[in-house]
Design a protein around this ligand. Sequence first.
Ligand code: AMP
Ligand code: MG
Length: 417
Amino acid sequence: MREISMNAAHKPPLLPLDAALGQLLVAVISLNETQALPTMEADGRVLAQDVVSTLQVPAHDNSSMDGYAMRSADVQSPGALLQVAQRIPAGSVGTPLLPGTAARIFTGAPVPPGADAIVMQEDCSVEGLAQDQVRVQAVPPVGQWIRRAGEDVTHGAVVLARGLRLGPAHLGLAASIGMATLNVVRRPRVALFSTGDELVMPGTCAPQDMPPGAIYNSNRFFLNALLRRLGADVTDLGIVPDQRDATITALREAAATHDVILTSGGVSVGEEDHIKPAVQALGQLDLWQIAIKPGKPFAHGRIGAAHFIGLPGNPVSSFVTFLLLVRPFLLRLQGQTDVAIKTVAARADFTWARADKRREFLRVRRNEAGGLDLFPNQSSGVLTSAVWGDGLLDNPSGRTIAPGDTVQFVSFAEILS
Ligand code: AMP
Ligand code: MG
């Protein structure tokens, strides 16, 4: 007979992370307001429009070496002597190359008509009384050291697609086709606040004067920084007292002028908190129990047109749930198409003997031997683990880890930007 424990019968099943992320993303309608930004200022923003090239790059066949442009047929064997008939620095244009002649040419300069190969200067020697002849020591294959017109970008090509998040290389490529401005999605307006009467802001009370039970508000600092890195325009509303009326007022005001309200703390099940009734009084709220560790409690709701997102209070849970759920949510809100986190295979150099029912995101660090080391304390309150670690190991539920095992890893460098 199948046994069902009392506990299992009463607790709702935990939601798999992928299902939670799927539900969250389905609820997102991307912002449709765009703005034209100088290309120089568009780093980190999401493109609202395809960028199409109206020219080819390079515009002309050009030399990739300092050397001599020639007709390869003129050099049948090493040691051929050619008359240097012209000089073409980068930025100027040569004349058609006559048979038996060569052109002194520099990197980036257009290859003159008639020339079909470049020989680098190291393979040539200058000769003749007027130093106007070049002896070519190696027979050049056709096309040697020539960058072909259009080999980087062809005319009419979509060089950057709408929905792409711009980084330094994208800005350079846009500039290379003459784009001085780019159309990007406007920044999402995010209101951030922390809940919890135990929270104290650094600077308002010295460490030696902290009352018993009080802790510093650490979540506010990393959540603020994470939001900014993701392009959000953040209104930091500080700590909202654990009182129903104050919470309702803060939420109502924030919802009127923001796209998203993000809170931390007070979403654990059965907790005496005011977030849940306050959001429910103003709009609608779903409380999820997600099958991840750290993490688990997570809330998503609506107050008017604004999204409400409630993160758990434990600092590492808050940090990790932000990266796994809020980050893709915010990127999608800005119209980014590909928001999936890409993990890579890595080797574990440690033992993890306790299999958990939930999918775990362990704080690990890459070592010089090319493997991963584990931070010894994986408690959801120990923020040191996220500083010591340089990424997360994505461990499926029910899995133990032995040294040498192949595991999935994502670096903070990839998901913190
Ligand atoms: P809660 O989710 O409100 O039950 O909080 C869980 C744990 O996280 C408690 O130990 C809280 O004191 C702690 N916590 C909640 N919010 C913060 C915060 N902003 N900074 C640091 N710790 C917090
Ligand atoms: Mg609390």
